[in-house]
Write a protein that binds this ligand. Structure first.
Ligand SMILES: Cc1cc2nc3c(=O)[nH]c(=O)nc-3n(C[C@H](O)[C@H](O)[C@H](O)COP(=O)(O)O)c2cc1C
Length: 182
């Protein structure tokens, strides 16, 4: 796929099935994630790959985190199913370091760029992906279970797989009202 076509046509796939990106594709996707703008070269991110038994482990983590909050059964049931919405998930979290010139905000942005770059790579390889967060991205117990420090953030769960169907191409958004000139 031509790179400009990729930039202008990327879209998310909310329904994903097997096959997940194979090892070669996953390697390319992770390399794309490593290629993002990174002020100070701090690599302020971490990728946790969730597949196979990992999906059940993540499901258990979600359920346990919600149980601690005393949520209703319907919400527990929904959370239990969440990781199975795709055959592969990459949890992208920050690895923030103190730096006199690179504030936390910039490091979070870089980690966010990783999610985007990996989605783009997946899309270019013919796979589908969607960036999700929700309450369980901002939950202390989930972070702890994934060995993410309290001072770090989960910036996204990137769900990856094969699009369950051919989604209609979304029209491009017009930039006119969002652009001004000085
Ligand atoms: C930080 C972030 C968090 C998101 N969280 C969710 C989410 O939890 N659930 C969801 O359905 N979409 C979420 N989205 C939006 C989708 O990833 C997607 O961008 C949106 O559905 C628009 O589709 P498109 O990417 O094809 O334009 C999130 C996007 C971002 C950038």
């Amino acid at each position: 796929m031509d790179s400009i076509e990729l930039l202008l046509t990327r879209q998310s796939s909310p329904q994903l099935v097997a096959p997940a990106p194979d090892n070669t594709a996953l390697d390319t996707i992770l390399k794309a994630g490593m290629r993002v703008p990174d002020h100070g070269g701090l690599t302020p991110w971490h990728f946790t790959i969730v597949a196979g038994n990992g999906l059940q482990k993540l499901s258990d983590i979600f359920v346990s985190a919600f149980k601690s909050k005393g949520v209703e059964q319907a919400k527990l049931d929904k959370a239990a199913k969440m990781p199975f919405r795709a055959p592969l998930i990459i949890v992208v979290s920050t690895r923030i370091s103190e730096h006199e010139k690179v504030p936390k905000q910039e490091q979070i942005i870089s980690a966010g760029c990783c999610v985007h770059a990996m989605q783009m790579a997946a899309f270019a390889l013919g796979y589908g992906a969607i960036w999700r967060t929700g309450e369980l991205a901002y939950n202390t117990e989930v972070k702890q279970a994934l060995a993410i420090k309290p001072s770090d953030e989960i910036v996204g769960y990137l769900y990856l797989g094969t699009p369950a169907k051919t989604f209609t191409k979304k029209p491009s958004k017009n930039y006119t009202r969002l652009v001004s000139y000085l």
